[in-house]
Design a protein around this ligand. Structure first.
Ligand SMILES: C[S@@+](CC[C@H](N)C(=O)[O-])C[C@H]1O[C@@H](n2cnc3c(N)ncnc32)[C@H](O)[C@@H]1O
Length: 212
């Protein structure tokens, strides 16, 4: 189920311009060619990530779930000089396609790709992050949050995608495995007294979380 009416989606695209226009061809190519293209952030969400990144000018960014790299390149927009973006992808094929786009569109940005399970990779990363974007398997969200929280800089922001999970979390009986995992994640986050959080109705739900 699409929570945002397609006409509303077209409208916000028409009246926004924060998504880097240079990424349009890559975005459209992934939509047209990838059998799981629905996994990609939509155009407007990419713009939101780019806008936020430019506002925060982060030194270090981490992304869990690269896919083909559209959200990565949006997040990299505001990367401070000398900064680095670590992005983790389980599937080698997707990581390889992302790498070709990073070579084409990521000049001057330090994007470090990691291939494998984020749960084993995150603990070995040395930085304190200003932005973390969680957008991988929904059953892993609680673990990603727990692993990332101590790795956030004092004003760092964790962004969690799909926190409305196609509206399934609004049902009285939540049945799907991923929807149940997102519900458990949302419950954990809202009860975490060390953080403040705001859930936004962008695309499939985006929650922004910051240590108090
Ligand atoms: C929703 S897609 C990411 C979309 C991307 N962030 C974007 O907006 O274009 C989720 C990605 O997470 C990857 N993934 C799933 N489980 C993972 C894990 N345990 N570690 C790292 N990546 C994982 C999947 O292979 C998939 O490419």
């Amino acid at each position: 189920m699409d929570l945002i009416h397609p006409k509303a989606n077209d409208y916000v695209d028409q009246y926004s311009n924060a998504t880097p226009p240079v990424l349009k061809a890559m975005y459209e190519a992934i939509l047209a060619e990838h059998p799981h293209a629905h996994l990609q952030s939509n155009w407007n969400q990419g713009g939101f990530l780019a806008f936020l990144s430019k506002m925060l000018q982060p030194k270090y960014i981490i992304e869990i779930g690269t896919f083909n790299g559209f959200s990565t390149l949006c997040l990299a927009e505001g990367l401070a000089d000398g900064g680095q973006l670590d992005t983790i992808e389980l599937r080698e094929e997707d990581a390889q396609r992302a790498q070709t786009y990073f070579t084409q569109y990521g000049q001057g940005k330090s994007i470090q790709q990691h291939i494998g399970d984020a749960k084993t990779i995150i603990p070995g990363l040395p930085h304190l992050y200003d932005i973390a974007f969680i957008d991988a398997d929904k059953t892993g969200y609680v673990d990603y949050y727990t692993l990332l929280k101590p790795k956030m800089s004092p004003n760092g922001i964790i962004i969690a995608d799909n926190t409305l999970f196609h509206g399934e979390v609004l049902e009285e009986q939540i049945s799907g495995k991923s929807a149940k995992a997102i519900q458990a994640f949302n419950e954990m986050v809202v009860k975490d007294e060390e953080t403040e959080k705001i859930m936004l109705t962008i695309r499939d739900g985006l929650t922004l979380i910051r240590k108090k």
